[in-house]
Every structure is written in structure tokens, then in C-alpha cells.
Design a protein around this ligand. Structure first.
Ligand code: ADP
Ligand code: ZN
Length: 286
């Protein structure tokens, strides 16, 4: 029988746990709401233990979280508005309860990017960028086949972007106000226009402005890491016609400088499954 791996995608509102094989195929999965750290991780632990013996767990988590294995605070959440999780050590929780089991950790977006590169929209590529626009803006970066971490992990949601000429909205980021996430996340759209993004009609002025901001951030990503493709996902990216608008504005931002930039924009292929498949691939070291 082939080896079974445990995986978890830990999100701000929901958590997914799964068991799977080395190819990243999910054998069984379970979704439940994210609550306190002890309760949420306790549910995960029990679910895995009831079903299988395993030697490796892959975790795709929200951030910011310390990913440097050489640091004492590896696997600890840093400054997050989710106060119950701040300074909580995800890795220590599992190490104490699963002796001998290795834990492989990365961010939810980096794991989703890994899955999209393995079998999705960026299949066969070595250089790819993934951004998810939902409750926040999160980005994953892969260069030369390696997920980029640096001293922490990419934090492109907090990139500073050029303002749309008709936008005087202060922004919603508690740290910076009008950073990328502060101007273009789901909560920013809702506060600026007085209605949640999914209730704004396709011809609402919000979408030209939204496309402007998404193109700004994606253009910055392209100039920095020159990826083969730009994957734009998350709830907000599902707005009708938005991809086409962003693609056209990417070409406008570039003004002919970065080659075929608009054509590099793609939708994710794995949808909701990307995070948990990525977590399994982390465990299987793929
Ligand atoms: P999370 O970031 O919590 O995982 P999502 O990626 O589902 O959540 O994003 C939630 C945001 O996406 C909300 O702001 C919601 O209004 C917006 N959204 C969801 N569906 C659509 C849609 N079809 N068109 C535009 N916005 C949408
Ligand atoms: Zn910010």
C-alpha cells in the first residue's frame, strides 16, 4: 500500500483537513469552521488519527507565520488581526501531540500555487505568480521552480500602488490604509461602494477601478519576478468580465515594455481544491 499523508488548509474562516497520497490525490476530506487555535487544531488531529497512521503532515496556513525552520519561533503566527492566533505556535501544537511526525508548512497561497503548477493553470511552468483577492489579498511566488520565502514569505497584499485618479477612498488596511489590500480586497470594495462585491452589477463603476488596482499590483509582480503566468483567483476575481478588463489594463500599464503581459493572466484551474492539494504536495515533498 502506498504511503498516506495528512494535510490541512487553515483559513481565517474555514479549515480543510484531508488524507491523500504522494501524487496529491485526496482520498478523504473534511471541512469545518475555524474557531480558536486549540479547538480547530484539535478537530484536525482527531480526524486524522481516527483514520490513518501517517509520518508527514503538510500545512497550508493563513499568515503571517514564521516559515524559517531554523528559527525557534518556526510555525508561530506573527502580527495578525486574528488575535487568538497571534503568537500561537501551530508547529509546536502538532509536534507535542504527534511525536516523530514531520510537519511541512507554507502559506495557503504558496500551497495553492504549488498545486496549480503541479496540475493546474501553471502546469509545467517553473516561474509563476498567484494572487487571491477575497477577504484580503495574498500572493504566492515561484521562481526557477522554488517557492519564494525570503525572511518570511511574500506579503504582496501590502504593496503600495498608484491611485486611480477618481479614487479618494482612505482604504481599509489597519496598518497602511491605502495599500493594495486596503484598496482592492473584498472589504475595501464593500466599504467604498456600500455593497459587497458579489452584489455589484457587472456594469458598475467599481469594476473599472477594481481592474485598475489589480493591474497595478500584477504589473509590479511581473516587473519584479518575470513569471510565465499570473494566476488571478479568489472570490472577487469571479466578477463577470473582470479578467478581461485586468488583462487589457496590464497591457496599458506595460505600454509595450513587458512582452505580452496581458496574455499571461489566467484563472486558477483547481478552484477550492488548490490549497488542500498543495498541502498534500508539501507533505509528499513534490
Ligand atoms: P476568503 O478570502 O475569506 O477565502 P473569498 O475568496 O470567497 O473569501 O472572497 C470573498 C469576497 O469575494 C467577498 O468580498 C465577496 O463579496 C467576493 N465575491 C464572492 N463571489 C463574487 C463574485 N461572483 N463576484 C464578485 N465578488 C465576489
Ligand atoms: Zn497594508
Amino acid at each position: 500500500m502506498s504511503e498516506v499523508f495528512a494535510a490541512m488548509e487553515l483559513g481565517g474562516t474555514k479549515t480543510v483537513v484531508a488524507l491523500g497520497d504522494a501524487s496529491g490525490a485526496v482520498l478523504e476530506e473534511h471541512r469545518f469552521p475555524t474557531t480558536t487555535p486549540e479547538e480547530t487544531l484539535g478537530v484536525a488531529l482527531e480526524w486524522w488519527r481516527e483514520r490513518a497512521a501517517f509520518q508527514k503532515v503538510g500545512i497550508a496556513s493563513f499568515g503571517p507565520i514564521r516559515l524559517d525552520r531554523t528559527r525557534e519561533d518556526f510555525g508561530t503566527f506573527l502580527t495578525t488581526p486574528k488575535l487568538a492566533w497571534q503568537q500561537f505556535s501551530l508547529v509546536r501544537f502538532f509536534q507535542d501531540r504527534l511525536p516523530g511526525v514531520s510537519i511541512v508548512l507554507d502559506t495557503d497561497v504558496q500551497a495553492a500555487l504549488l498545486a496549480e503548477m503541479d496540475r493546474g493553470a501553471a502546469r509545467g511552468m517553473s516561474d509563476a505568480f498567484y494572487v487571491t483577492v477575497g477577504t484580503g489579498i495574498g500572493a504566492g511566488v515561484c521562481c526557477g521552480g522554488n517557492l519564494v520565502h525570503g525572511t518570511l514569505h511574500p506579503e504582496m497584499g501590502h504593496l503600495l500602488v498608484r491611485r486611480h485618479p477618481h479614487d479618494d477612498f482612505a482604504g481599509v488596511c489597519p496598518y497602511h490604509g491605502d495599500c493594495w489590500e486596503g484598496l482592492a480586497s473584498g472589504p475595501a470594495i464593500e466599504k467604498r461602494w456600500g455593497k459587497p462585491a458579489h452584489l455589484l452589477a457587472a456594469d458598475h463603476a467599481a469594476w473599472d477601478m477594481q481592474a485598475w488596482y489589480l493591474a497595478q499590483g500584477l504589473y509590479a509582480a511581473c516587473t519584479m519576478v518575470s513569471p510565465q503566468c499570473l494566476i488571478l483567483g479568489g472570490g472577487v476575481s469571479q466578477a463577470a468580465g473582470l479578467h478581461a478588463k485586468v488583462s487589457a489594463l496590464l497591457d496599458a500599464c506595460s505600454a509595450g515594455y513587458v512582452e505580452e503581459i496581458g496574455a499571461r493572466l489566467v484563472a486558477p484551474a483547481l478552484g477550492q481544491q488548490a490549497g488542500i492539494i498543495g498541502a498534500l504536495l508539501l507533505a509528499a515533498n513534490r
